[in-house]
Design a protein around this ligand. Structure first.
Ligand code: ADP
Length: 346
């Protein structure tokens, strides 16, 4: 329904968004994920029609086949700071963008208050309700004129951790119920991969990788992407005659990949850690971090490299325990940090 073609926005010398291409389907949930300052908000404002591109186009496919750009009632914004009108009651905030008769407005407001489960707050003023409630009302207000696309800029980041998780789930259900397409901008990788069906990873104004949340996490294209999304261990590797030598043993990798491989990436949950007598050990436990549902064990390998291994909190490790490390799954990268391929150990 919306397409960005070679979208570029420069501020003087700085290219905040560079040659960005994007295609969003009707009803799709898309996240734009990247570190602070990478150009996410600028991209969202370009899509909203609030900024004029320096180069490229934003095309909005209309139901009747026409293409338009610039701001319009088909796109609605939800901001980090909620941005409710402070002098209007909750119901008037929601009714603000709705066209039609008084009774039609009233009906839509009631429907939306019910959808966000806040009927009891209709006559309150924004300062009388909590941050989480304000954000649900902001979503209701955005949905009121029945837009086809909702654009959300870090909508959960002003809320505390528990509320953020809860609201993210609730708002996802609400938006799906209304059938709108959604673009969420966030620097929070967990938020991006749990909220959306497709993630666009952005770095320094450019699109780095696009894929499903699983692809972005399990098959990062670059070493940078592997450590931006999730925790990653990067280890040296070198081809020796017929196999790939790694700090956790020789690996069975096809020669054309193994010869190019310089770095292996292993997720903390893809290591297997067992205690081993000194002679068989390839590492020593150096740190143990208990976090309730999981445990992260820091191991120094014989190669001198340090890794983080995550696993069950029920196994007890002591500092200086000799351990044997293997990996169930690893990805190979070349000297430029680009992925060659991934392997699951047999
Ligand atoms: P993000 O949302 O990823 O944090 P932004 O899109 O806000 O990033 O900003 C991207 C870059 O563009 C930053 O370096 C920022 O300072 C710069 N920038 C954003 N808006 C303007 C502006 N109106 N004028 C000049 N520079 C800007």
């Amino acid at each position: 329904m919306i397409e960005c073609r070679n979208l570029t926005k420069s501020y003087g010398e700085l290219e905040a968004v560079s040659d960005f291409n994007l295609h969003l389907e009707e009803h799709e949930f898309l996240s734009i994920l990247g570190p602070s300052g990478c150009g996410k908000s600028t991209l969202l404002r370009l899509i909203a029609g609030l900024e004029v591109p320096s180069k490229g186009l934003v095309l909005l496919e209309e139901v009747n086949g026409k293409n338009v750009s610039g701001p319009g009632p088909d796109r609605a914004f939800v901001f980090q700071d909620f941005a409710l009108f402070p002098h209007l009651s909750i119901e008037k905030n929601i009714a603000y963008g709705v066209n039609g008769s008084r009774s039609e407005k009233q009906k839509r407001v009631e429907e939306l208050l019910k959808l966000v489960s806040l009927q009891h707050l209709a006559s309150k003023m924004p300062h009388q309700i909590s941050g989480g409630e304000q954000q649900r009302i902001a979503v209701a207000r955005a949905l009121a004129p029945r837009p086809r696309l909702i654009l959300m800029d870090e909508p959960f980041s002003n809320l505390d951790y528990k509320l953020r998780l809860q609201l993210r789930r609730e708002i996802r259900v609400i938006l799906k119920h209304e059938g709108v397409a959604t673009i969420l901008v966030t620097h929070d990788q967990v938020e991006a991969i749990t909220f959306s069906e497709r993630v666009l990873l952005m770095h320094k104004g450019k699109l780095v990788q696009a894929g499903t949340p699983e692809e972005i996490y399990q098959q990062p294209q670059t070493l940078w992407a592997s450590s931006f999304v999730g925790e990653a261990n990067h280890l040296s590797a070198e081809w020796e005659e017929t196999s790939l030598k790694s700090p956790f043993g020789f690996l069975d990798v096809p020669a054309e990949i193994g010869k190019e491989t310089r770095i292996l990436m292993v997720r903390p949950e893809d290591f297997i850690l067992v205690s081993a007598p000194d002679g068989e050990a390839n590492g020593i436990v150096k740190t143990v971090e208990f976090s309730g549902a999981a445990q992260t064990v820091g191991v120094e390998l014989k190669s001198g490299e340090k890794i983080q291994v995550s696993g069950s909190p029920h196994l007890l490790w002591n500092l200086e325990d000799p351990v044997k490390i293997t990996a169930e799954r690893y990805l190979c990268f070349n000297s430029f940090g680009d992925r060659l391929d991934g392997f699951i150990a047999k």
